[in-house]
Each structure stands twice: as structure tokens, then as C-alpha cells.
Design a protein around this ligand. Structure first.
Ligand code: PMP
Length: 403
């Protein structure tokens, strides 16, 4: 879709030794369309002020921009109320906040928390740390031979002892999609609260938290065309209401005396201090852009490119593709026998191809696969089959160079 690519100025301006950028690292972060850049610059240049405090003109405009951004996110994720949408600095921040404010006060020795074997460290380490601090047990749901989450094993791990099940929507290393509705239904039979790491979800499929049934869900703006430093925590209203604030300070209170503080209502209660106003405004512009192109369209295009890449890269002898036949999205990991993933990535960058190499913050997964890392390519709406062809040809060159 050439018109869409032209909305991203980096592809016009970024050149390395005259070569255009082929950006295949979209699971890590996405490039920014002009409308997002304009929305952020427009805020700083046109109506910049702090939110929620001033009665003067730019302050009211900034407050209204921030509030509209929350409403846009609410619709984007299908939440029933703006009270359920908390701005955070990203997915990692959201996980930590739920761990500290929801889990820790409810976790006792002997309790359990479930995570999966494919989790990003951001949705693994905070839960692990909380369990270790309370004498609780972190249990890991294994993957089956096809690298899908083993739902029969999961079913056998569900007990009344489990307080939270934290699971990713999509593996950031393999691209494998989890059947969230099924997982959540199973967990709820035991009254287990489910936290969904949706970092890789917003450009893959339409999110509807009510339909999905999750208790918490988080994603990062920067992986969905938005700026860095802004993310979203969705929580069911009753849970957010009954949680202590995610942080304490100014802005999140109704009244403060020397003896006690009365907290503000949702969502303000969970947003202490000056928020990332420009980030929220940029994220709202990103959501407008996603809606304009269509999330289904973006997801379909990227999944088709993955499929095409599976076909083309399968032609290379000695190349192993991971989760080749799993239910997947835009992300594809591979290794080439005899060549270190970092050498492959370093060679690719000389040709202008940006990929990731390593463990992708999923050590438990790469440990299970018994590999020292993978090369990961991840697609987006601005990528094309020609780029996949160029990747394939460059990998052929790499093979003849190294082997
Ligand atoms: N979970 C998953 C599945 C991810 O892919 C990432 C980012 N790579 C994160 C969590 C963390 O996101 P952030 O760094 O934006 O907090």
C-alpha cells in the first residue's frame, strides 16, 4: 500500500550510505506516521499547558485533549467506561503497577501465580519477584511441540491457590497467538484474575476487553504507531476501585489533611503527578490512523507477509523457522545453522534491513528451545513482498559469506 508508506516520513528521510530503510523490527517498536508527529508538535506549539489544574485557555484545551485521548482509547479497546482506562508509561509499567497494587496485598505464602513459557520478561520478572517476596510460587504453563500454549496442561494447573494468570496475547518472539477467550474462561472457573499482556496485539486484531473477558490488559503506544513513554492499563472498574493507588502524589487526591487523604475517583486515583499529556495526544492520533487504515487490514497484511516470508525463507537450506505451523501473526523467528544471529543481523543492517537478533527478552522461551537466540523479523503495513524477497536474497549472500 504505497500511500500508507508515504505517511511515514522516516522512509523518505532515513538513508544509510544511500540505502533506504527496510524496517522489519516492528515487534520492538513501530515507525510514526506524520499525523502522530503533527499531533504532538501541534500540542507543544499550539495549546501546551498542564492538565486538570488551570482554568485558563491552553490548560482547558490540554485537559480536553487528554480526556479525548482517554475516550479514544476506551473505544479502541471496547471498555465500558473511561474509568477503566489508566494511562501508564507502557506495558512494563502497567504490569508492575498491577503486581504492586493488586497482587501483592492479596498474595500469601503458598499462593500461586501462573505465567506462560512464552512471556516477555516484562510479564514474567515482576510476577516472579512478587512471588519470591511472599513465599508464593510462580508456575509456568508449558508450550506444546507446535509451540502453542498447552491448554490441557493449563487446565490441570488451575486451582483455588492461583491468584493471577498473566499471559501474553501474542508471543513477541514466535508470533504465536493465544486463545485468550478460552484461557480466560478456564481461569474464571477458579475465580483467577487474568492479566493480558497485549503489547503485540493492537496492530494484529481488534481488541474488545468486554468480549475477551480479561480482568486487566496492557499495551504500549509505541508499538501501535504512537510515541514512546505512553501506555494503557485497562482494569475492570470494580478491581481498579478496590485497589490502592498505583502511585501516590499530587493530582490523584480529592482532599488532603495532616491526618488523612481522600483519593480522587477513577481514573485519576491511579494517575499521580503530571501525566504524559503529549504522549496521550500522540496515542490518540495513532488510534485515528489505525482506524483510518483498519486494524483488520493491518493485521491481515502483516500476517500475509509472514506467510510469504515462511515460503521464501523455507527455500534456504540450514534455516530453521520457529512456530512455522502455529496460529501466528506478524512475527517470525529463525536461525541459520552455523551462523550466529548477531552476525546475520549485522550483515543485514549493511543492506539497510533492520531486524532483531538475540533472546528478545524471552529467556525462558529460548532456554526451552535450547537456542542462543534467533533472528526475528516482524512486519507492518508499510512492508512489502519485495522487501521479503530482498531479505531472502541477502540471507543467501550471508550464507555464502559465512559458510
Ligand atoms: N510484552 C511484550 C509481549 C512485548 O513485546 C514487549 C515489548 N517488546 C513488552 C511486553 C514490553 O513493552 P514496553 O517495553 O513497551 O513496556
Amino acid at each position: 500500500m504505497p500511500w500508507i508508506k508515504s505517511e511515514f516520513p522516516i522512509f523518505e528521510t532515513a538513508r544509510k550510505e544511500g540505502r533506504p530503510l527496510i524496517f522489519l523490527d516492528n515487534a520492538s517498536t513501530t515507525q510514526k506516521p506524520q499525523c502522530v508527529i503533527d499531533a504532538i508538535a501541534g500540542f507543544y506549539a499550539g495549546y501546551y499547558a498542564n492538565v486538570g489544574r488551570g482554568l485558563y485557555w491552553p490548560a482547558t484545551a490540554a485537559s480536553s485533549g487528554y480526556d479525548q485521548a482517554r475516550e479514544k482509547v476506551r473505544v479502541f479497546i471496547g471498555a465500558s467506561s473511561k474509568k477503566e482506562v489508566i494511562f501508564t508509561s507502557g506495558t512494563t509499567d502497567a504490569v508492575n503497577k498491577v503486581v504492586n497494587s493488586f497482587l501483592l496485598p492479596r498474595l500469601e505464602q503458598g499462593d500461586e501465580v501462573l505465567v506462560s513459557e512464552m512471556e516477555h520478561h516484562s510479564n514474567f520478572v515482576p510476577w516472579q519477584h512478587a512471588c519470591q517476596s511472599k513465599g508464593a510460587q510462580l508456575k509456568v504453563i508449558p508450550l506444546d511441540a507446535g509451540l502453542n500454549l498447552d491448554l490441557s496442561k493449563l487446565a490441570s494447573m488451575l486451582t483455588d491457590k492461583v491468584k493471577v494468570l498473566a499471559v501474553t496475547a501474542i508471543s513477541n518472539t514466535l508470533g504465536v497467538k493465544n486463545d485468550l477467550k478460552k484461557i480466560i474462561k478456564l481461569a474464571h472457573q477458579y475465580n483467577i484474575k487474568v492479566f493480558v499482556d497485549a503489547a503485540q496485539l493492537p496492530l494484529s486484531a481488534k481488541i474488545n476487553v468486554q468480549n475477551m473477558g480479561c480482568d486487566f490488559l496492557a499495551f504500549s503506544g509505541h508499538k501501535a504507531f504512537g510515541p514512546t513513554g505512553i501506555g494503557v492499563l485497562y482494569g475492570k472498574q470494580v478491581l481498579l476501585e478496590n485497589m490502592s493507588p498505583l502511585a501516590y502524589g499530587g493530582g490523584m487526591v480529592q482532599q488532603v489533611t495532616i491526618d488523612k487523604t481522600i483519593m480522587a475517583d477513577l481514573p485519576t486515583k491511579h494517575e499521580a503527578g503530571t501525566p504524559n499529556i503529549a504522549g496521550a495526544i500522540g496515542l490518540a492520533a495513532a488510534i485515528d490512523f489505525i482506524n483510518l487504515v483498519g486494524v483488520e487490514e493491518i493485521g491481515k497484511h502483516s500476517a500475509e507477509l509472514r506467510k510469504y516470508a515462511v515460503e521464501r525463507l523455507s527455500e534456504i537450506e540450514g534455516l530453521t523457522l520457529f512456530a512455522k505451523d502455529a496460529k501466528t501473526t506478524a512475527i517470525l523467528s529463525f536461525t541459520i545453522e552455523g551462523i550466529h544471529p548477531h552476525d546475520i543481523a549485522a550483515f543485514l543492517t549493511e543492506k539497510g534491513i533492520a531486524v532483531r537478533a538475540g533472546h528478545h527478552c524471552t529467556h525462558p522461551l529460548t532456554h526451552k528451545l535450547d537456542i542462543g537466540g534467533t533472528v526475528r523479523v516482524s512486519f507492518n503495513i508499510y512492508n512489502s513482498e519485495e522487501e521479503v524477497d530482498f531479505l531472502k536474497n541477502t540471507l543467501d549472500e550471508i550464507k555464502s559469506f559465512f559458510l
